[in-house]
Ligand binder design. Structure first.
Ligand SMILES: *Cc1c(COP(=O)(O)O)cnc(C)c1O
Length: 221
């Protein structure tokens, strides 16, 4: 068994069906993605539009592609034909563009709102109030080709487990709160939190989707 396959099996065993494993394949070559695919992992996360579109065109059709990086509105069109889930939605303007492109392809594109939970200033995302305003915005009504199915967040990059856990707890609390909002294009069922260093904590705190890169593919340059 290859190292990649071994890592995937180990993580899947730890998750024990509690959360879906998203293999974060950014910067990794096609051969590495194929190894993961052959090990049974068919959901890949990428953070750059061009890289994702190139890889998608060269790999099997039954792979689910998740956009996990900051997405510019003018680039949505390149992934709209195939993307399975856009995890990094942080504005109404972006949702409107996703809706427009989804309509062109006669699709409904699932999205997560990216919530800012970390202490670092560099991370993208909405704060709780901004997300709540967006979920209640009347303009959502017209967006029949998107569906918001949950939230995504990144914890602070720290060794302080208590801090990571408390950030995940606050995201879970927000998720439970937003889940009660009733609108036609809201269908909360996914909470994407946890990466290589903290996915076990995330799952304990209610994650349904972990995004794991370096623990599968090794460190990135
Ligand atoms: C790169 C990335 C990951 C994976 O990070 P690892 O620490 O390599 O597991 C997860 N989520 C997002 C949003 C990322 O950009």
């Amino acid at each position: 068994m290859t190292k990649i396959a071994e890592a995937i099996h180990q993580i899947e065993n730890q998750l024990a069906g509690r959360a879906t494993l998203i293999a974060v394949t950014k910067t990794k070559p096609l051969e590495a993605l194929l190894e993961a695919y052959e090990a049974g992992c068919k959901t890949f996360g990428e953070n750059k539009v061009q890289e994702m579109a190139d890889k998608q065109a060269n790999l099997p059709d039954d792979i689910a592609w998740h956009m996990i990086g900051h997405l510019q509105t003018n680039k949505v069109k390149y992934i709209a034909p195939f993307v399975t889930l856009i995890q990094s939605v942080d504005s109404l303007k972006l949702l409107q563009e996703i809706n427009k492109q989804a309509l062109k392809h006669n699709r409904v594109i699932d999205c997560l709102l990216q919530i800012y939970i970390a202490e670092e200033e560099t991370k993208f995302g909405l704060d709780a109030a901004e997300a709540e305003a967006l979920l209640n915005d009347p303009a959502l009504e017209e967006l029949t080709n998107i569906r918001i199915i949950g939230l995504m967040g990144l914890a602070t990059n720290t060794d302080n487990e208590a801090q990571i856990r408390s950030e995940f707890k606050s995201l879970k609390r927000l998720y439970d709160q937003f889940k009660t909002i009733q609108r036609q294009n809201l269908a909360f069922r996914e909470l994407s939190m946890g990466m290589s260093g903290d996915y076990l904590i995330a799952v304990e705190e209610g994650s349904t989707m972990v995004r794991v890169g370096s623990a599968i593919f090794g460190s990135r340059n």
